[in-house]
Design a protein around this ligand. Structure first.
Ligand code: PLP
Length: 400
């Protein structure tokens, strides 16, 4: 009898976390690595958020809470959905979980069974297919290459839907590409979904607050109200509020799903950390103006990285509207050889070459389901990004 379950055998460790671990190990050996693999803001959690957590500890708010979130945090999330998205959710329609990944995990485990299909546009965030497979479901990958702005078309969506389709996962702005769907693009996808009442939508809006150049964020339940009853709107504190370590994610959606997620959570984590919930309440209720300043810094970094990467031989880097990633296409480098004579047969080979010979860590496209490409997280200083891009330019120029 096998010790490890078949469900676990169907998944792999997160490739982005693996690259981050590899970078940290090399740094610990004193090697000068520029790590551009980790998907987290370099900014600190705002002071007013930290203070709220310290206050929670001091007043003894350190015990179990309501399974899927405190009343205060649910009220703050309800207000956030109304304020930012024009969405009305009752507090009973809100679920708070241990990070956005846990929100998505709960929702998929609560709904997906063997034989169910989940449509995942590629490039995708690494965890979607694995979680679907863990549940016994089948990921249906729809490729959205750079030529279509890394976004799926209504025609592609229509063609991917079958009677077994349970969910479409829509992530905008996207990790790993930064591509973001406009309200009109969401409406066009929504029209397709309205013809297929069995399909639900999981809107992963984790990067909602990180957009540039006047791009207007929209979420599908807002722009296609007829889908409200079959949309789970997922968000969290990790990215906007630089709170990746606090582990607070949340969702608004139809009551039966929210209740099912709560039932699952009651038998796993019991509740999210009480102190982190107090911090998240402060983050959502507090001043939001620091986001503008941080976005301006992210936008400068995006422009720097896009411009420098496009000057590297063989790289084509689209300019994204949001998040803090770029996803350059490297078709122009495949088949070349390094000065040491090693063939670059795939984007994995290219990433190894960048790391081994030029000490820059990024994540290759195979991890995100669309190759040849790689992902850079530009959530670091302009000086570091500039040095990293120079190294990449030199690395590309040396390929023959
Ligand atoms: C698209 C997307 N969804 C969800 C998450 C999960 O966020 P959290 O760190 O809150 O679990 C991430 C984090 O990288 C992400 O990029």
């Amino acid at each position: 009898m096998a010790m490890i379950s078949a469900a676990l055998d169907r998944i792999s460790p997160s490739p982005t976390l693996a690259m981050t671990t590899r970078t940290l190990e090399l740094k610990a050996q004193g090697i000068d690595i520029i790590g551009l693999a980790a998907g987290e803001p370099d900014f600190d959690t705002p002071d007013f958020v930290k203070e709220a957590a310290i206050d929670a500890i001091r007043r003894g708010f350190t015990k179990y809470t309501n399974v899927d979130g405190t009343a205060e945090l649910k009220a703050a999330i309800k207000a956030k959905f109304k304020r930012d998205n024009g969405l009305d959710y009752e507090t009973s329609q809100i679920s708070v979980n241990v990070g956005g990944k846990h929100t998505l995990f709960n929702a998929l485990v609560a709904t997906v069974e063997a034989g169910d299909e989940v449509i995942i546009p590629a490039p995708y965030w690494v965890s979607y297919p694995d979680i679907v497979q863990f549940c016994g479901g089948t990921p249906v990958i729809v490729s959205a290459p750079a030529e279509q702005g890394y976004k799926i078309t209504p025609g592609q969506l229509d063609a991917a839907i079958t009677p077994r389709t349970k969910w479409l996962i829509l992530n905008s702005p996207s990790n790993p590409t930064g591509a973001a769907y406009s309200a009109d693009e969401l409406k066009a996808l929504g029209e397709v979904l309205l013809r297929h009442p069995q399909v639900w939508v999981m809107a992963d809006d984790m990067y909602e607050h990180i957009t540039y150049g006047g791009f207007e964020f929209a979420t599908i339940a807002q722009v296609v109200p007829a889908l409200y009853d079959r949309t789970l709107t997922v968000n969290g504190c990790s990215k906007a509020y630089a709170m990746t370590g606090w582990r607070i994610g949340f969702a608004g959606g139809p009551l039966p799903i929210i209740k099912a997620m709560s039932k699952l959570q009651s038998q796993s984590t019991s509740n999210p950390c009480s102190i982190a919930q107090a911090a998240a309440t402060a983050a959502l209720n507090g001043p939001q103006d620091f986001l503008i300043e941080r976005n301006a810094a992210f936008e400068r970094r995006r422009d720097l990285v896009v411009s420098m990467l496009n000057q590297a031989n063989g790289i084509h880097c689209p300019r994204p509207d949001g998040a803090f990633y770029v996803y350059p296409d490297v078709s122009g480098l495949i088949g070349k050889s390094t000065p040491a004579g090693k063939k670059i047969a795939s984007d994995a080979d290219l990433i190894d070459y960048f790391l081994d010979d030029y000490r820059v860590a990024a994540v290759n496209g195979a991890a995100f389901g669309l190759e040849p490409a790689f992902r850079i997280s530009y959530a670091t200083s302009e000086a570091v990004l500039s040095e990293a891009c120079e190294r990449i330019q030199t690395a590309c120029a040396a390929l023959r």
